[in-house]
Design a protein around this ligand. Structure first.
Ligand SMILES: [Zn+2]
Length: 101
């Protein structure tokens, strides 16, 4: 999984940005062969590089960039806390070369 995550990401300043497929909301998606399904890239990155995500927890981006998978920017947050924290979150658009919401 480590190789796959690195292959589909690029360093951009402090962030490690996902360049693979994305869903409409700006989150990166990665194919997980072991589970035969697509999963959110930042969650897979957290599990791969940090550890298991506690039950029912969301993964918050402290940098506010949804398609960032830099493990030091990811932290588990309860869905309730996450809704408040994510106001104003954006994602990096490679196409436009800027952050977009
Ligand atoms: Zn980041």
């Amino acid at each position: 999984m480590d190789t796959r995550l690195r292959h589909y990401s690029r360093r951009h300043g402090e962030c490690l940005l996902w360049i693979g497929s994305r869903i409409h909301s700006g989150y990166g998606m990665v194919w997980v062969p072991e589970e035969s399904k697509q999963r959110l890239a930042h969650r897979v990155a957290y599990e791969t590089w940090v550890g298991p995500i506690p039950d029912g927890m969301d993964i918050d981006h402290t940098c506010k960039v949804r398609n960032c998978i830099e493990p030091t920017h990811l932290r588990p947050l309860s869905p309730k806390e996450n809704r408040g924290a994510n106001a104003g979150e954006a994602h990096w658009s490679w196409k436009h070369g800027k952050y977009a919401s």
